[in-house]
Design a protein around this ligand. Structure first.
Ligand code: GDP
Length: 365
């Protein structure tokens, strides 16, 4: 078959995998202008859909922008910072100014200290090799922080292009759809057919006669728990409203299960409170440490759920990591699931999470 390219973004058209780039249903191939599903929806409904591609493809594709002029808006999920921060971003996109945008702020408790959160995001970015020009906190769903962000983009871009980058599931489509509505309203938003000099599937949304906001495909980061759970479970673990802290007073040698997806053992230390921030739909189960293995083996997928059957087929086994926590207020972070705040510390815990989705500690905010 002769290779056909999308007239919108230039991606090679394929009819086999709706989740992948360049997909169009077979029935659309007869049309005079062939568009991939993504461009079709964008053209007719002004709506962006995310297509995911593998890390290597993403790197090849995104590194095409290395020598271009512009700024980068790196969108991350405030609820899964580890899983959504793109490590070594400047190596991929070139030394462009980066604005870091924490999305899904509406999920955090209102009491969250924004200044501390911003500082932590800035230093997390630095650890990932990204020096950011500014950190912005938004909610694409609620619209919170968007006008401040668009002003900052205008200020920093000096009439240059704006590249939006992010991993899958951070809310990039929701964000861009919102921007489109805000900036262009209705109308035809696809302007160029091809990214200059390439045949790649970037989508451009004009900002003025010369420059554009350019959407890049969502990178698949294997550390995101989202890749290891079924669609149904993803809905359960992804909070859809402000999370309510749940507090447990624990003695040492007690264990908390977060569904059957993660577990925290209180190994050593004085009785104290563990404040859990997880989707309100994840059940938390307390048990004695000595009984925990048995409970897990017998009740995972039942009493301890999620996981559902589908998730159990794809999710890696839990691995354990021990942490010694000093007496500073600390969060034990289960990326993509939530975190547990330990106010007093001076304890030893063992955190269990699916292999590859690594638990980390941070100063609590
Ligand atoms: P993409 O893969 O990065 O394009 O992400 P989507 O835009 O498809 O969003 C992924 C999920 O996150 C969807 O369930 C969205 O409804 C949700 N989401 C996106 N932005 C926000 C937000 O600001 N707040 C909340 N609570 N959910 C969001």
């Amino acid at each position: 078959m002769e290779e056909i390219y999308c007239q919108g973004c230039g991606a090679p058209i394929q009819t086999t995998d709706p989740e992948k780039q360049g997909y169009t249903p077979k029935s659309s191939l007869d049309r005079e202008t062939v568009l991939c599903k993504r461009c079709f929806r964008l053209k007719h409904y002004n709506e962006i859909q995310d297509v995911s591609i593998t890390d290597d493809d993403f790197l090849n594709m995104v590194s095409e922008i290395r020598d271009t002029d512009g700024i980068v808006v790196h969108l991350i999920d405030i609820f899964d910072v580890n899983g959504s921060m793109i490590k070594g971003l400047p190596r991929i996109v070139g030394e462009k100014p980066v604005l870091l945008v924490g999305n899904k702020m509406d999920l955090l408790p209102k009491s969250t200290k924004k200044r501390k959160l911003t500082q932590w995001l800035r230093s997390s970015a630095k650890e990932s090799g990204i020096n950011v020009e500014g950190v912005y906190l938004i909610s694409s769903v609620k619209g919170y922080g968007l006008s401040e962000l668009t002003e900052a983009i205008e200020l920093h871009r000096y009439q240059k292009d704006v590249y939006i980058v992010g991993t899958t599931n951070v809310g990039k489509s929701t964000f861009i759809n919102r921007l489109i509505k805000q900036t262009t309203g209705a109308g035809d938003v696809i302007t160029t057919s091809y990214f200059p000099g390439t045949t790649l599937g970037f989508i451009e949304i004009p900002l003025d006669d010369e420059t554009a906001l350019i959407d890049t495909p969502g990178i698949v980061n294997k550390q995101q728990i989202a890749h290891y759970v079924s669609d149904d479970d993803l809905k359960i673990i992804t909070p859809n409203k402000e999370i309510k802290p749940r507090v447990y007073q624990l003695n040492n040698q007690q264990t908390l299960f977060f569904g059957g997806l993660a577990r925290l053992d209180f190994v050593k230390g004085d009785r104290q409170s563990f404040i859990c921030y997880f989707s309100n739909d994840i059940s938390i189960h307390r048990t004695k440490l000595e009984k925990a293995d048995n409970l897990f083996n017998e009740h995972r997928g039942g009493l301890l759920s999620p996981p559902d059957e589908k998730t159990m087929e794809i999710i890696p086994d839990l691995t354990e990591r021990e942490f010694r926590i000093t007496n500073e207020k600390t969060d034990i972070v289960f990326p993509g699931l939530g975190w547990v705040t330990v106010p007093n510390g001076n304890i030893t815990v063992a955190a269990h999470s699916p292999k590859g989705v690594n638990v980390t500690l941070r100063k609590s905010f």
